[in-house]
Design a protein around this ligand. Structure first.
Ligand SMILES: *Cc1c(COP(=O)(O)O)cnc(C)c1O
Length: 470
């Protein structure tokens, strides 16, 4: 949401917030201007708590991949470290060491070769990490072009990715003036199409992004196959290409559930990987990570040295100051859960996703696109020819009345007439909660079936329309 100056007509109603009767709050406080005098911190706390009261329950929000639960001890250590500035590595050398441990743990989970000089950093999230991964590829492309004797002046570099990309890649391409070459998702794969992907690659390609956990459908791209295709291409290429894996959601899931699946640094042409610590890394937002398989893949222009904080500190992240809490939260989880803990949590999450998929399948109303395999999300569409007077948008609306947020949305590009609905299962969606979700979804379907429908929600213009009246 964009924030702007409130409209004059609204001033009366929105500028003032009513407060309880205790003095001095039997008056009103301005909402969009600074109040003249201070108020008691506890009162400020109450007022803000009240403001946030009807926001909806984070744990019933099945739209988001972001963590909505952490252990109380994790929250404690995180709130006790809020003041530490992650960038200030000379003031907080121990915190820096914890970040370094995390980079090492993650590089290990991603099977960085024993003898490789891998390098990585924490970021605010995958978006920042993807920017860095993309930039490193852009700089490397420039260098490779120079070596191949190609004049890059006036050429526009491109990035190849499936149309199931997350918006951060669109931002990356817009910010840095790169052509985004999208390989359309096809209904059979719902992931990067291996039959056509290499048709999109040429001498201006800075790299190919493979996605481990497509946001829309939960599918993994077949990175191993892609690596083989790239290997063949590179045999004769003027400018060889490499692969960056966007493992925002799968990067900290697959190593525990599919340890034998080769998608990571085991593959020759995978040079960098990002993940969101706040997705299946199980940390509250925002924390992300990027690791390059070897420091040779991170052009030196992207490493900056800062001396004014004391010492000579290399930094490669885009953001500068931020709290260390999230890094410490990540380290807490690694330390506290260990490999087996992550594995158990993810297995449980996966079994809840499987349960939800199986229950939805049984209604015989839906075609299931992802049944909790790959990453633990379930996504489905209404079966064709059901002739129901309601759409998935109506079902999403109806579910909102029981607190659940389950978005319905169209797929990208050439599949945009396909409307799907998606549930992201996280560690805090217990089987018990999932059972009540299924009961609620069945009750919602029943209500819609018996509702007097005044607006048909099938067409795009009607999306979001309230389709039932009772
Ligand atoms: C969530 C996601 C991102 C963006 O990650 P943030 O951590 O929210 O910045 C990028 N790519 C994919 C595939 C994602 O699922």
């Amino acid at each position: 949401m964009l924030h702007s100056r409130p409209n004059k007509d609204q001033l009366e109603s929105v500028y003032e917030t009513p407060v309880f009767s205790n003095d001095p709050l039997n008056s009103t406080l301005p909402k969009y201007q600074l109040n003249e005098e201070s108020i008691d911190p506890e009162l400020a706390y109450l007022l803000i708590k009240d403001d946030l009261l009807d926001e909806g329950s984070a744990r019933l929000n099945l739209a988001t991949f972001c963590q909505t639960y952490m252990e109380p001890a994790a929250v404690r250590i995180m709130s006790e470290t809020l003041e530490k500035n992650a960038i200030d590595k000379s003031e907080y050398p121990q915190t820096t060491d914890l970040e370094n441990r995390c980079v090492n743990i993650i590089a290990d989970l991603w099977n960085a070769p024993e003898d490789s000089a891998y390098i990585g950093t924490s970021t605010v999230g995958s978006s920042e990490a993807c920017m860095l991964g993309g930039l490193a590829m852009k700089f490397a492309w420039r260098e490779k072009a120079k070596q191949a004797g190609i004049d890059i002046l006036g050429r526009k570099p491109n990035l190849v990715i499936s149309s199931g990309f997350q918006v951060c890649w669109e931002k990356f391409c817009v910010y840095w003036d790169i052509e985004m070459r999208c390989v359309p998702l096809d209904p059979d794969h719902m992931s990067l199409n291996m039959d056509t992907v290499m048709d999109y690659v040429d001498n201006d390609t800075i790299g190919i992004v493979a996605i481990m956990g497509i946001t829309y459908t939960g599918k993994y791209d077949d990175v191993k196959k892609l690596d083989e295709l790239v290997e063949v291409y590179n045999q004769t290429a003027v400018i060889p290409v490499s692969i960056h894996v966007d493992g925002a959601s799968g990067g900290l899931f697959a190593p525990f559930i599919f340890p034998d699946l080769e998608w990571d640094f085991r593959l020759k042409n995978v040079i960098s990987i990002n993940t969101s610590g706040h997705k299946y890394g199980l940390v509250y937002p925002g924390i992300g990570w990027i690791v390059w398989k070897d420091k040779c893949y991170l052009p030196s222009e992207l490493i900056f040295s800062v001396s004014y904080l004391g010492g000579d500190l290399p930094t490669m992240a885009i953001n500068f100051s931020r709290s260390s809490s999230q890094i410490i939260g990540q380290y807490f989880n690694f330390l506290s859960y260990g490999y087996r803990g992550y594995q158990k949590i993810h297995e449980r999450t996966r079994s809840v996703a499987k349960y939800i998929a199986a229950e939805l399948e049984q209604t015989q109303l839906f075609d299931i696109y992802n049944d909790g395999d790959n990453i633990p999300i379930v996504c489905w569409k209404l079966k064709a020819n059901l002739d129901k007077p309601w759409s998935l948008y109506d079902l999403a609306d109806r579910l909102r009345t029981t607190g659940w947020q389950v978005p319905a949305y169209p797929l990208p590009d050439n599949l945009s007439d396909l409307i799907i609905q998606r549930v992201v299962v996280r560690q805090d969606l217990s089987l018990q909660l999932a059972i009540s979700f299924i009961n609620d979804i069945k009750a919602s379907i029943d209500a819609l079936d018996h509702a007097h429908i005044i607006i048909y929600g099938h067409s795009d213009e009607n999306k979001g329309a309230m389709g039932f009246t009772h």
